[in-house]
Design a binder for this molecule. Sequence first.
Ligand SMILES: [Zn+2]
Length: 453
Amino acid sequence: MSKISKSEYVALRKKGEKYMTLPVHDEILSRILKKSGKKLNSFLNQPLEKIQDWQLKRISYIVDYAFENIPLYRKKYSEVGYKKGSIKTWDDFFKLPYLHKEELIEGFPDAIVKDVNDFVLSTRSSGSSGKFVTIAVSEEAIYKDTLQTVRQFNMQSGGKYRPEDTILYIYTCPWWVDNINGEYKQDFLPTTTKVEDAVNHIRKTRPRYISTYPTYLEKIASTGIKLSDYGVELVIVHSEQSNVMQRKMLAEALDVQVLDEYSSEELTRIALECPMHHYHLEEDACFIEIIDDKGNKLPDGETGIVVGTNLLNTATPIIRYIQGDLAKITISQECECGDKGRIIEGVKGRNMDSIITPEGEYIPASCFMDLAYNWFLVYEIPVHGLKYQFVQPDVKRLDLYIIEGEYSLDFDAIKESIYSLIPRSMEVSVHKVDNLLYDKGVKYRPVISFVRR
Ligand SMILES: [Zn+2]
């Protein structure tokens, strides 16, 4: 069994970063953009059957590749009697077992790649579980992902994105490629940047687009800056849960449009919020299914667990991966933005961030976030002043921790409002605190449950 040490991993990653700056990639990207940019841009405007025919072919290729080259899948699929070339219909695909995050963590490094040197290009994700997963990424996936970024900003800006525009990413690490032949430039600041410095940078560089975490955008908003004064037109938020209300308030405070990107490191772009506020699935980036608690596939229109297959990456294939969020899919609405096909609705936090009632019902974190915003409306507290955290220590209890600050809150009324979401069989306690109990990671989690599924 070959192991990979932390220093070896870092060295590989450095090598990969350097490798991706070679001019050859720029040449390839420019060529693909010229050759298939139009086709890429109109992919989601095709009839659904055409999209699904393409998806099935791509999936069949990826499954065979994984079965033949990746030890994790070799073992997993052999156990269910898989034979190369057996995916001819969707039903064939739906027979394959699901993939859990733990399998990727346990399989690291050698069981999840063909060759450990494939980690030269890789990505890491912690997700809301706090457990890191590292996956290798193929060069081809990076190319396609880069071109899908162009399409993303084109779509989310309502067709206003121009080759000379710059996108400022305030994120954990920069993307591999920061321009395509001098166009579609990306600028980068790490999330560890002090918000005042980030704001100065925005004033100086005037990016037309910004992509960041909602919590970082809240910090930007708390400085009182109006982003529209510095040429910013659209901010895309991602990686953390945000809700419509929160984005609307940020948009008003910053005087820009704020739209959501539903994505994960494992699946890349899952769905993008268009200017009409529909979440269109990125059908050529990943294939999404919805299942119930027992693993049965759910029909369109029913809410369940999001499962996805990455259609870009073969270095660490991600096939029927339990993403864990709750959502439903609806079909074939022709949206004013021009996209047809499948739409994902009501994406609610990760399962583990749902509150679980004694009756076994899952109440998504976003419901509690909406509730908290309602207190804000009732008590007229500035949005940035409100800090709270719901913690469910066991199935019968729910604790709410609030930093009251200078505002005085009616704790009894707040306690009562929580019962609009959960049954009376649960005991609620509201605690006034100076610091939140679990506020250590990069990502603030408003709802935490320690109840296991
Ligand atoms: Zn739309």
